[in-house]
Design a protein. Sequence first.
Length: 270
Amino acid sequence: MTLRLAGPLLLVGVGKMGGALLEGWLRQGLDPAQIFISDPAPSTDVAALLARHRIDASRLPPRPSTIVIAVKPQIVDETLKALAVLVGKSTVVLSIAAGRTLASLAKHLPKRAAIVRAMPNIAAAVGRSMTVACANAAVAREQALECTELLETVGEVMWIKNEGLMDAVTAVSGSGPAYVFLLAECLAEAGRKAGLEAEVAGHLARAAVAGAGELLRSSDLTPAELRERVTSPKGTTAAALEVLMGKGDFEQLLISAVAAAAKRARELSS
């Protein structure tokens, strides 16, 4: 399905996440003439992408239908102050800046501005992001749908009504890929200590995590059911899981890790 918008789109910030979104929009067939960019120093790859599609990075649209904020959280305030004049009655502001609440975004925008807060993750780079979004009361159904279509170009999208849950979302989904990367890292090191060459152990760990992830994504079974299917009674997997699920088990460690990430998210958003 070709991506179509109600009017011009302004993307503010084309770093890793903004760049991934831009590539997703173009891949989905969004007319480059509708896209405007605001970034003082795009990477070489992004600059080449803009030139290839003749996307205007020299001026701002007078009244964009959508403004996507993809800058670092530390500069969101000054960015919104500069862009507030562009926000019209039909404009929706979609922010993917980590930790920035709807209320904190609204402080720098016109009254009753339509604002969506979204949390994608690094898997957007390969079109496998899990993005969770929430909106303020000013966002119309059509605007929410447009934001969904923009975010779906880099993966799956889920909406929640309670913004207070976004800290937990950040801890589970936003930071989640890092936990998986750590698992692969530790699994490779464990293989090395078991006698495998480092290169072999790394390849096996990467393949195990990637394959299991794809199976989990495509299966209707729960993670617990998949785990049970691969665990033979008194077998090698059962012996390993007895350690991982024993005293001070993996689940409790992960619960503590997610709680720490959520706590930090709350600190950053306040």
